[in-house]
Design a protein around this ligand. Structure first.
Ligand SMILES: Nc1ccn([C@@H]2O[C@H](COP(=O)(O)OP(=O)(O)OP(=O)(O)O)[C@@H](O)[C@H]2O)c(=O)n1
Ligand SMILES: C[C@](O)(CO)[C@H](O)COP(=O)(O)O
Length: 408
């Protein structure tokens, strides 16, 4: 194992927090995807990084699992299986969180480590490549950009004391890249001397007397620190945000599941007592599967099997909520909105009518749209065909999606 990455995500994000926010900034979505997930994906996709250790808040296990596990699909899920270590808890300062991450990967014994803020989701492969190049010659490397504003030193009353020569000033970013044994030792030494407030890892290296080499960063590798940064990030990711949602798309979905021995079927997110269950690799929710495919159809993004292959054992018995939420996320990622869903269940039994309100509620919640945009219908097939013979249940769905206007 040659290179590990530590992503620190244990901060409280107090400067970016709006009154309506119930979670720290790393769990907020920008462009339909959690900030932490965006950051993590960059590291998962980089082939030179062998292991990733995320450091999270001690209360954030559920938040982390909800933000990360269900959203990593396809190739990224494969990379996560190979690289992503279970998260560890951080501490009261960034420095302590980094140290916890460094200690957690001791058994991995990497040659190099890249330490990165979860709050910097715009990290690019080009910056990572420059870090790897610099690590060939240096034990300690810092991604940074030259200061471009004129810098003033100001007193407590707001009066300028002096203008500082900016020609030698750089703004520190992350990743900060090190020889692993060196930075672990330096961090442990600082901690043991009760120095806990270094604001970055290069400062820890400087403190033990190691020269730190500058690696060119980028202004877009900004840290999301304030509310304005979050707004700016949204427009960077979704440049279409300001465009009208006039590109109307329609998709259809169809699914069938056969009956098997059991005592309840799950349809439209609702469990209905019945003489049989539905057979399937997942929970066999024929209704949510048809809706998921209808949404994916509307945005021309494959079908459920593309993103959640039935051959992959991790989806065995999976709640179909996961599939639908992922399709809804893909709409948001494109800056779009789901307009309505119309679903028809085809079966002789069980009776769907009594469960219609619960299904509409469940689907509306999963799709994050109001219940008056969700229609659930049912019909028999007049005892004809496989549904008529009570061999299984079929579902049809239509979804309408509004996407930002774009030039063809
Ligand atoms: N005790 C801490 C503090 C910060 N961080 C992480 O360090 C990175 C940089 O910190 P910053 O952006 O300043 O985040 P917060 O400390 O969360 O923000 P604030 O100071 O506004 O509360 C973030 O990814 C943050 O989650 C951490 O892991 N543990
Ligand atoms: C590490 C860092 O991102 C470098 O700019 C920064 O110092 C951490 O953020 P904080 O605002 O100092 O906590």
């Amino acid at each position: 194992m040659t290179c590990a990455a530590i992503i620190v995500a244990a901060g409280s994000g107090s400067r970016a927090r709006r009154a309506s926010d119930t979670v720290a900034k790393q769990y907020l979505e920008i462009g339909g995807k959690a900030v932490l997930l965006r950051t993590l994906e960059q590291f998962l996709a980089n082939e030179k990084i062998d292991r990733i250790q995320v450091v999270i808040g001690s209360q954030d296990n559920d938040l982390y699992n909800e933000a990360i596990a269900p959203t990593l699909t396809g190739q990224l899920a494969e990379q996560a299986k190979a690289k992503l270590l279970p998260p560890v808890h951080g501490g009261d300062t960034r420095q302590i969180s980094v140290l916890n991450g460094l200690k957690a990967i001791k058994t991995e014994n990497p040659k190099h480590v890249l330490i990165h803020d979860a709050a910097r989701p715009f990290i690019t492969d080009a910056i990572l490549a420059r870090c790897f190049e610099s690590l060939k010659e240096h034990k300690a490397c810092l991604v940074a950009t030259p200061v471009t504003d004129t810098i003033k030193k100001v007193d407590a009353k707001g009066a300028i004391l002096e203008t500082i020569d900016r020609t030698t000033l750089w703004s520190a970013q992350t990743p900060q890249a090190f020889d692993y044994a060196f930075i672990l030792n330096a961090h442990e030494k600082a901690f043991n001397q009760t120095l806990h407030a270094f604001t970055d890892d290069a400062s820890v290296a400087e403190w033990v007397g190691e020269p730190v080499h500058i690696v060119e960063g980028s202004p877009s590798n900004r840290k999301l620190t304030s509310q304005e940064d979050l707004t700016m990030a949204e427009t960077m990711i979704t440049p279409t945000a300001s465009r009208p949602l006039t590109d109307i798309r329609v998709g259809t979905g169809y699914d069938v599941h056969a009956f098997d021995e059991g005592d309840a079927v799950i349809i439209g997110g609702v469990s209905i007592p019945h003489t049989h269950k539905l057979k399937g690799h997942s929970d066999a929710d024929v209704g949510l599967h048809a809706i998921t495919d209808a949404i994916l159809g509307a945005i021309a993004d494959g079908d459920i099997g593309t993103h959640f292959p039935p051959s992959d054992p991790q989806w065995k018995g999976a709640a179909s909520d996961l599939f639908l939420k992922d399709a809804v996320r893909r709409v948001k990622e494109r800056g779009g909105k789901l307009s309505n869903i119309d679903m028809t269940i085809i079966c002789e039994a069980p009776k769907i009518g009594p469960h219609r309100p619960d299904m509409r509620t469940a689907i509306a919640q999963l799709c994050q749209i109001s219940i008056d945009r969700i229609s659930v219908k049912a019909t028999t097939s007049e005892r004809l065909g496989f549904t008529g013979r009570k061999e299984g249940i079929a579902a049809l769905a239509t979804a309408t999606v509004r996407l930002p206007e774009q030039e063809d």
